[in-house]
Unconditional design. Structure first.
Length: 206
């Protein structure tokens, strides 16, 4: 008798017995079950069968519930990820489609590092800045340089002015552009509404 038949029928038969040495045996012959895949003496234990079916249903329900919870978590994570991507993309599009330039005085909050030697060393500068456009305050903070190879600044940065790109419609959307040299531009040169993208070249070449 194969194991599948034995597990399906013999386990639920009223004639079964369990011997410590022989294992599951037939109580009618007191011998190990070695018959073919059919048994004329099979007498089902209905209570045991019902209990087993009930347990199987509970297991299936639990697995289905866990599967649904897992799918819900995946949907939530995907939704959050899409929301974040959409939010950042939307804000970036706003900044790119409707932006201005101005000058901001950058205050150094922390600075560390050492002079560069070949591709090693350099400085890391953490800073913050605040500027006002028509009564609206814009604030941000960031850092320049790093400890990784080739990323450190060649010299420390002390309080100075930087060119800042900002969105007039969203005070949180602004960033410094340290690659531009603005030493020849004074704060008095900046229009009240900032510098438009088309006019930036004029100010930088002045």
């Amino acid at each position: 008798m194969n194991l599948e038949f034995k597990s399906k029928y013999c386990t639920f038969c009223l004639n079964k017995k369990f011997d410590r040495n022989k294992g599951l045996t037939c109580g009618l012959v007191s011998k190990p079950i070695i018959e073919d895949d059919t048994c004329s003496n099979y007498t089902p234990n209905q209570k045991l069968i019902e209990r087993s079916n009930y347990n199987e249903q509970l297991i299936k329900k639990e697995e289905t519930f866990k599967s649904r919870i897992s799918n819900i978590k995946k949907v939530i994570l995907i939704g959050v990820a899409l929301f974040c991507i959409g939010y950042l993309s939307f804000n970036w599009l706003i900044l790119e489609s409707d932006y201005r330039y101005t000058l901001a005085k950058v205050n150094v909050t922390h600075q560390s590092g050492s002079d560069k030697f070949l591709m090693f060393g350099g400085y890391r500068c953490e800073f913050e800045y605040v500027f006002n456009i028509n009564g609206t305050k814009f604030y941000n903070k960031g850092s320049l340089g790093g400890s990784s190879r080739g990323r450190g600044l060649s010299e420390p940065i002390w309080p100075q002015k930087f060119l800042v790109k900002y969105s007039p419609n969203n005070p949180e959307m602004n960033k410094v552009l340290p690659k531009y040299d603005v030493t020849s531009i004074s704060f008095e040169d900046i229009p009240p509404n900032g510098i438009s993208p088309d006019s930036l070249g004029y100010f930088l070449n002045d």
